[in-house]
Design a protein around this ligand. Structure first.
Ligand SMILES: [Zn+2]
Ligand SMILES: [Zn+2]
Length: 555
């Protein structure tokens, strides 16, 4: 695993003792969960507890306690949100170390018990303390935490930790899982709340690596389109999803998309997804105003009256489900064969991208398996946007496949500005903070334009912000551009005079020889000097005429 710490040159670690470090116990490279120990001065903070293997978790934490010469493996625990990859180890943790304080947002504290559905709900102790949003709380002397909603899932937060000693303060932000866009049931992370923090360390998730997603509306439309087509083909649609988050988003989408509103169609909800819906209903006052407004007019989920009907799947329905086209939402862990029975019609199984769901390949009835994108995390541009808004000294990437995280850490726009880390589990990351560190400048913004395709002509319309730039003059000077693919991205680049000359480099063109290639009246290999006999003609770059004038910007 790459770790660029050794390449650091801008921080003089000698100026101050090393007050910050991060020891990742588990980094969610696949589905092993996320669990990080952060040290800020004397404070040891456990960020998330998603390790699924409880004996591994206990060994790790018992060892941590003995190394720290303390009865506890940390001083406190912060849980970013209620998803299993961040929280499923908590009950084991609490049982092993009941004195260890655990904190989360109020909504997360209410959703956490869904992680232990096999336990008797009454047996699960209330071990999680709720912290307020957007209001600093001093958890220990010199250690302050503040919670900022992070999008992604109701209750999900980013934690800002500030540690102050006699000399100065240190700030660390842990994003948990985050999403900049609004989704239907949760508002996105607000960048403006986090600007100007003077951050030292950012621990950030990189689920989608550098990939770029279409606009959320497009993702929704594509999915709705596909489901609509399946049902028109007399196919039922099966959507396995995690208990919280995606399933409820899918229900809201299906209920409000024009393909489905008013349609005589059953949407069945099974297992943990149904329990997740009940949990959301309890949280209604915490959901966005638009959702509360919707819920004033009709039930948010369970609705037998308004079409399409959203119904809880009880055992008495099982025999009939799928006989005529319907939609089923069920647990990502359930055996899908129970729905795709020989006496039902054909099925389309739709799997969400980047969520690990194992499915059988063989069914008793014609079954098609496809995937779709309805993102719950920010894409690559969203991730770098957040980083450039925060401008920390250190960026630590976790939570994503090693290949995707490596794509992010190798981005030049990050490497040039920050110390970038992507540690493997068990690798200590030291985070030296210099006293005289200058915040790196944020990069220039990318501007978006419009594209029109008409037959063989493609017109690209760019905003004034680009064409008003002095560099545009050089770009427009030759009138030629180069387009080439770079992975999934099409890069447009203006060709300079010099490059045009070099392209003809197999012929001799020296910049000190007077020729059309160096003449200021030649643009786009055409002569624009009315005084020249070549005026308006295509010229060869090594040509010459008596009214030659040397180009000014040709060194
Ligand atoms: Zn999550
Ligand atoms: Zn996660």
């Amino acid at each position: 695993m790459r770790d660029n710490l050794s390449a650091s040159s801008r921080v003089d670690a000698g100026e101050a003792p090393n007050e910050l470090e991060c020891l990742p116990y588990s980094v969610q490279h696949h589905d092993e969960g996320l669990c990080l120990l952060v040290r800020m001065g004397p404070h040891r903070i456990l960020l998330d507890c998603g390790i699924g293997d409880s004996s591994l978790l206990l060994n790790t934490l018992t060892m941590a306690a003995s190394i720290g010469n303390s009865p506890l493996p940390a001083d406190l625990v912060l849980i970013s949100h209620a998803h299993p990859d961040h929280a499923r180890g908590l009950l084991t943790l609490h049982q092993a170390f009941p004195q260890l304080p655990i904190y989360a947002s109020e909504v997360t504290s209410k959703l956490l018990p869904l992680n232990w559905r096999e336990e008797d709900a009454k047996e699960i102790p209330q071990f999680c303390h709720a912290l307020p949003l957007r209001s600093p709380v001093e958890l220990q002397a010199g250690l302050v935490v503040e919670l900022f909603p992070a999008g992604h899932l109701p209750g999900a937060v980013a934690f800002l930790l500030t540690y102050t000693n006699e000399q100065r303060s240190y700030k660390l932000l842990f994003t948990g899982d985050f999403f900049l866009s609004n989704s239907r049931l949760v508002e996105g992370l607000r960048l403006e709340e986090l600007r100007g923090l003077d951050l030292n360390v950012l621990i950030i998730e990189g689920t989608y690596g550098t990939s770029r997603h279409p606009h959320r509306r497009n993702q929704e439309n594509q999915l709705a389109e596909r489901i609509n087509r399946a049902i028109a083909d007399h196919c039922s649609v099966l959507l396995p999803t995690p208990a919280l988050g995606l399933g409820q988003e899918l229900l809201m989408l299906l209920r409000s998309h024009h393909h489905f509103t008013g349609r005589d169609l059953d949407i069945w909800v099974d297992g943990a997804v149904a329990t997740g819906c009940d949990a959301y209903l309890e949280l209604l006052p915490h959901l966005p105003p638009s959702v509360q407004n919707f819920a004033r007019h009709q039930p948010l989920f369970w609705d037998e009256r308004v079409r399409p009907r959203v119904r809880r799947l009880h055992s008495e329905h099982r025999a009939t489900v799928g006989k005529s086209p319907c939609i089923v939402l069920t647990d990502s862990t359930s055996d899908l064969k129970q729905y795709c029975q020989p006496d039902t019609g054909p099925w389309l199984i739709l799997l969400p991208e980047k969520i690990d769901i194992k499915v059988n390949k063989k069914y008793f009835t014609p079954t098609t398996i496809e995937s779709y994108l309805l993102a719950q995390h920010s894409d690559g541009p969203g991730t770098t946007q957040l980083i450039h808004n925060l401008r920390p000294q250190h960026v630590v990437f976790v939570h994503g496949s090693p290949a995707y995280l490596a794509d992010l850490t190798s981005l030049e726009e990050l490497q040039n500005r920050y110390h970038v880390h992507s540690p493997a589990a068990g690798t200590l990351v030291e985070l030296p903070i210099g006293d005289t560190f200058l915040q790196p400048a944020a990069p220039e913004t990318n501007y978006e334009g419009e594209l029109t395709e008409l037959g063989t002509v493609i017109t690209i319309t760019l905003p004034d912000a680009i064409t008003a730039d002095s560099r545009w003059r050089q770009f427009a000077d030759t009138g030629l551009l180069e387009a080439r693919w770079q992975g999934e991205e099409l890069v447009l680049r203006g060709l300079s005079q010099r490059e045009l000359l070099n392209q003809n480099g197999d012929r001799y063109i020296l910049s000190d020889v007077d020729c059309c290639g160096n003449c200021r009246h030649q643009r786009g290999q055409r002569c624009w000097n009315p005084a020249s006999p070549l005026y308006n003609f295509k010229v060869t770059l090594e040509g010459y005429c008596p009214v030659f004038e040397r180009s000014l910007n040709n060194e």
